[in-house]
Design a binder for this molecule. Sequence first.
Ligand code: FE
Ligand code: CA
Length: 529
Amino acid sequence: MTLLKPSTPMSRRALIGGLVAAPAVLNFGRAHAHTGAGGAYLFPLGVASGDPWPDGFVLWTRLAADPIAPDGLGGLNGPVEVRWEVAADERFSRIAAAGRVAADASSAHAVHVEVQGLNPGRPYWYRFTAAGQQSPVGLARTAPAANAEVDRLKLAVASCSNWEVGYFSAYGHMADEAPDLTLFLGDYIYEYSRTGERAATNVRNYGFEEATTLAGYRNRYALHRTDADLQRLHAAAPCLVTWDDHEVLNNYSGVWPDRQGKPIDFVQRRAAGYQAFYEAMPIRRTRVDARLQMPIHKRIRYGKLAEFYMLDGRQYRSRGACIDEGGAKGQIVTDAQCADRLDPSRTFLGFEQERWLYDGLARTEAQWNILGQDLVMAGLRFENRGDETRYWTDTWDGFPAARDRMTQALHRLKPRNPVVLAGDYHSFWTNDVLLDSEDETSPVVATEFVGTSITSGGPPYEGLMSAMPANPHIKFFDSRVRGYFTMDITPDRMTTRYQAISDVRDPKASLSTLNTWVVEDGRPGAQLA
Ligand code: FE
Ligand code: CA
């Protein structure tokens, strides 16, 4: 086991950070003799960084010789020694931290390095070397010190990238924005492949069976990461990630897959999806535990300016409301049809995550408190067909008692400037989150921005718009465009831009700003700029 001698002093914590897989390193012979790669380039999946903290971040790569080999192992077998370097300059003349880790088949040759001992609030460049080959160079940033005054933070926020229905030009434009941090709010992959007539409109095919196994999920992430635009985005900035349903299965809820599936079978499949997610993402170490759960929710502080709560709105949920009666995984129901929806024992985040969140919101000192999560929180009442109100059960609308607990906590704890972010709906929304979602006169407790999809098709625009008169707290809705949003955050204001691409079928689509929203400090609710 050798560690490079760093040019700046390395703390003991920094050393430990590099020794993620130390014991295996001792077993190496000549690394390249064991890869089975036959001289192939070992970094076709690029590099990534994430979960920044004041003295470090996670560095990620996954070695592969044949990224989508059917066994999910990327065409490699034995362990490979990987060297990582973090530098204070782009030319790597000032190495700030370095080390060696083992990549092996148990994690499909994915590498996670939790770097520590760096300086807060500054850029660093990083790269990997294995078997004499060098990875692309990535740009990461440490978070500012916890008590630092931060003038400005720029985010780019994405969700829902279906490989088959479009090119990832939106990801390329996000990279061009040079954000400090990117957020991925779920549906990073889709577990299914389009079939029949729908497949005829694909711009490119997954070319796999529906993912149900570890190999299947691994190969979907691998295929996405061969995309040049997505690779460029991950190399441009660290990210925070959460998941939604399609990282495992459409509209699953907790341990329940759908009306017929049994939890005892589904949790095995879910665990495979979760493991592949961890392997593919630059996130702090987590693992599938004995209960077949894998916690991913976390708080990330960005100086005094912002605190991020990355939430998991899938793993700990109660079963979808009235699944037996309706026979669908997500459905639109009235209260007469589905009293179950209103059951106060139902949970959306799981009671443990709820408690953790409220505890954080009670103690936060940040200027902006940002809830990064997967599903739209503000209510949507469908009242356009007859007089009885109906609700879509897969979002927070399927869990109104859990939402009431959330809005009451926001109202009671009064964290400064709470802002909710969501994806999933393949459409832009600007919402006031109300204390009582059924009472338009009740106080606004948070601002919500919902981002449209990178590629995935949006819901019917006319149909949704006809519901909007019954929902004045939804200030804006548009499902006709694909793209993402950016947020410029300063102590006084948050400026959100809805960025739309010209054509999802054009790999070189152009970008335009659909509109811009401003949230002023101390005043919940966004205003059109
Ligand atoms: Fe989606
Ligand atoms: Ca979804």
